[in-house]
Design a protein around this ligand. Sequence first.
Ligand code: FES
Length: 513
Amino acid sequence: MNNTNLNPRDSKTVSPWQQQPGLDQQQEVVYSGTIYDVVIVGAGIAGLTTALLLQEQGKNCIILEGHNIGFGTTGATTAHLNTFLDTSYDQVEQDFGEDGARTLANATKESISLIQELVEKYQIDCDFTFKDGIIYSETEAETKSLLSLLEASRKAGVEAVEIRDNGIPVPFEFAVVFNDQAEFHPMKYCMGLAAAFKQLGGTIVENAFVRKTTTSDELQVAHTDHFEIKGRHLVYTTHMPPGLTVFDVECFPYRSYVLGIKLKNGDYPKNMAYDMKDPYHYIRTHTIDGQPHLILGGEDHKTGHDDPEAAFEALEAYARKYWYVESVDYRWSAQYYVPADGLPFIGKMPGFDDHTFVATGFSGNGMILGTISGKVFRDTILGKEDAYQKLFSPSRIKPVAGFKDFVAENADVAYHFVADRLSTEDMESFAELAPDSGEVVEYKGQKIAVYKDPQGQITALSPTCTHAGCIVKFNPVEKSWDCPCHGGRYDLKGQVITGPPVMNLEQINNPGE
Ligand code: FES
């Protein structure tokens, strides 16, 4: 793997998609006097799809990206395009009725069709391929759940049938195949969308972190450190929108782990496969630089909880149990947000005017739901009816029974807010800290987030997350400071790499003084 010229992303581990060259563009010159039709914040798949679909309709759009295209979760997805989602159709039917399940199923199918259409229209060379997706059970209880999922999927309009082979060497009890699933290279696809958008006259500005937005004369104003951009509409496609919002209690941050593995015997799965565990394992094959790789994901946990290294070890042990591993060529992690009621929030931002929009809560289905977000925003901004507006509305009344335990998840935030303040260990001297590691400690009466680099250089930061004041935790795998409350993340210098915080961690120059 060539580590030079990688597209940066919000983590230190490297996904295979990062080797894709960035957009070949001169630094855009932006004029604060221009009034755009739509300002889109965030250049992942949701932002790029939204921008392209609106630009196609004659809207003048600008994308403001805090870092670079695909810097966030899009650059680290495993790029499964499925008509079944993390929230199962039986769960959706129970909470949102048969109509809700059918509408969701239509959204997934339309999303795959839209990706296919854009790939063909703009001739995007991104390894887009249709595959079968197989879900299998390993226990009686899982089989019962899978049968329920199968029935609800069919009712929702997604065809699936029993199959005798799960296509991988993991023993199973019962398996179901969904046809016409797909996969692609997410960064090649996104760079293709970006190029098409620019070709149509759209503007993309990278390294333009939006610190806040305001309204003025009925226009939306996005403020970066260097300029302001005005537009008639503003769309947040940054996962969590910045600042304190309702989504802080309605979306919960998780991290997922992935390995890219070379096998000794060439026994790469032809299909995509998923078990019924919680969290589940997800498996497919992708050819990277002419060499097939088994792409194995799983071992998810809440951000800022649990040990990321242990997650990778568990994933590798799982791989070695079932496959002849020659080498683990890639290992990377990514963040996603689980919505309280299981469905994404796509639409008008609650508490804001009618011209501010948001898309978040995609769970592990960001490629599908990010794509459909683009369609929903296009239709809404053009004033058209859209089949998904109501179901995905961020202002929807939540059902009593939630997909995630709403109370427990938020109690966990409250717990961390208090407990992490009380449990800090004293540190007498930075000599106690191993090189290339970090910790939140009490040092000479001051609470600090301290990192020692491999050369022994110390960086000290305030450990108080600038979003809502929780205490950050060191992520030894990604070399970041992760917040256990709403998933805010900072790099080793304290700069925000993942929202919802917008301000950096405070630098402490002389700790203990
Ligand atoms: Fe909300 Fe840190 S992300 S307190």
